[in-house]
Design a binder for this molecule. Structure first.
Ligand SMILES: NC(=O)C1=CN([C@@H]2O[C@H](COP(=O)(O)OP(=O)(O)OC[C@H]3O[C@@H](n4cnc5c(N)ncnc54)[C@H](OP(=O)(O)O)[C@@H]3O)[C@@H](O)[C@H]2O)C=CC1
Ligand SMILES: O=C(O)C1=N[C@H](C(=O)O)C[C@H](O)C1
Length: 268
């Protein structure tokens, strides 16, 4: 399977080039960066610390998309929306790890997924997707007098909050409770907030240092707490998940899929 990496010079872009290099059945077919990037013209393998691969970083997506089978995209919401339209036209798999989409941007991804295969997840690791299944189960088993709070910490350069993973875990808790996350999420608290409203799902965001990604889901009940969590130690867990998602999506029928589909972790 011939794969393009978008955002090649980014933290995840470099990990994706390495993950492609170590996986049988996939090859790097192109490397994209934004117009004006200082990395245009550089070799993607050198950027990833692998030595030259003969794949030069370009900002011209069209010829790459026409000659590839899939694109791995961990960039920014506006870039991913634009790529989703190109990928759908070319009928290639679009794996989206980017986080921080607005509701309107997700609607545009849904529109692209009517013609193309999109696999999108706020977290491509096996551990977090298993955690989401456990959170769904715990939230279902413990009644609404158990308050759900989600705490995340990431490196100081992360630009969106709450993290895509925190929102994914909040969605899992909401599904377990059979409520809508959009109506129950409390994404920030400040000042005289009043007492906690029963049934809400709270989020707390920490940023600092080089933390790859820590998530805790706390279910706080009367006199006891259950805590479920995950700590990412290496970005390769996300990159390997993205390559797995591309292979899973190859020649699949159009749709907007998630990592739970890829990993067979969908609720019964
Ligand atoms: N789903 C998952 O498992 C994971 C998701 N992520 C998500 O992936 C995304 C990228 O993370 P990370 O690699 O750490 O970030 P980086 O900032 O290191 O990399 C982002 C890359 O995308 C490029 N880019 C940014 N905006 C645009 C644009 N508008 N058009 C084209 N290219 C653009 C950047 O170029 P430039 O530097 O020139 O701006 C950069 O090369 C984030 O949304 C993050 O939350 C991260 C890890 C795991
Ligand atoms: O920006 C990051 O670094 C990460 N982003 C994803 C998120 O928003 O949850 C996944 C991972 O936690 C790292």
């Amino acid at each position: 399977m011939r794969l393009i990496v978008a955002g090649t010079s980014g933290r995840m872009g470099r990990a994706l080039v390495r993950a492609i290099g170590e996986t049988e059945g996939v090859e790097l077919a192109g490397a994209l960066e934004r117009p004006g990037s200082e990395h245009l013209g550089r070799d993607a393998g050198e950027l990833a610390g692998l030595g030259p691969l003969g794949i030069v970083v370009t900002d011209d997506a069209l010829p790459l998309v026409a000659a590839a089978d899939g694109i791995l995209d961990f960039t920014a919401p506006e870039a991913s929306v634009a790529l989703s339209e190109l990928a759908a036209q070319a009928r290639i798999v679009h794996v989206i790890g980017t986080t921080g989409f607005s509701t309107a941007q997700i609607a545009r991804l849904d529109a692209a997924a009517r013609h193309g295969v999109i696999v999108r997840s706020g977290n491509m690791s096996l551990g977090v997707n298993l955690l989401a299944a456990l959170v769904r189960q715990a939230a279902r088993a413990l009644g609404p007098d158990w308050d759900v709070e989600i705490v995340e910490m990431h490196h100081r350069l992360k630009v969106d909050a709450p993290s895509g993973t925190a929102l994914l875990l909040g969605q899992a808790a909401a599904e377990g409770r059979e409520i809508a996350l959009a109506e129950s999420a409390v994404r920030v608290r400040d000042g005289h907030t009043g007492a906690r409203v029963e049934g809400t799902i709270g989020f707390a965001t920490l940023r600092g240092g080089t933390v790859v990604g820590d998530h805790s889901v706390i279910l706080a009940g009367p006199g006891e707490r259950v805590e479920l969590g995950h700590r990412a130690e290496d970005r390769m867990i996300f990159a390997r998940g993205a390559v797995k998602a591309a292979l899973w999506g190859f020649r699949r029928k159009p749709g907007h899929y998630g990592m739970a589909d890829v990993l067979g972790l969908q609720p019964a």
